[in-house]
Design a protein around this ligand. Structure first.
Ligand SMILES: [Zn+2]
Length: 99
């Protein structure tokens, strides 16, 4: 079992929790959007604002993770693929050393 496969359940649970958080936060905002507002110190408006900040943070975190993934995994690990074929080796050239 490789390191990615060992982390896979954790990554799936982490992704599912992020998605659940985003969906439930958006549902909260939608449900309370047209509430009976008590004015300037309305606690529901304060909660909606907090939820919007949470969603903004989630979007920025996911964008940063995607950018980090694109820069590290895709470029560094797969860079030899983009650099062309591997240089020839004695094995690839079928050189015989013991003639
Ligand atoms: Zn309000």
């Amino acid at each position: 079992m490789g390191p990615y496969q060992r982390r896979r359940p954790f990554l799936l649970a982490f992704t599912a929790s992020l998605a659940l958080t985003a969906v439930s936060t958006e549902a909260f905002i939608t449900a309370h959007q047209h509430h009976d507002c008590s004015g300037e110190d309305c606690l529901i408006c304060l909660q909606i604002e907090t939820a919007r900040h949470l969603l903004d943070g989630l979007v920025r975190a996911v964008a940063a993770l995607m950018g980090f993934y694109a820069l590290t995994v895709r470029v560094i690990v797969k860079a030899p693929v983009f650099l062309g074929p591997a240089p020839p080796t004695p094995v690839s050239l079928k050189v015989k050393f013991n003639t």
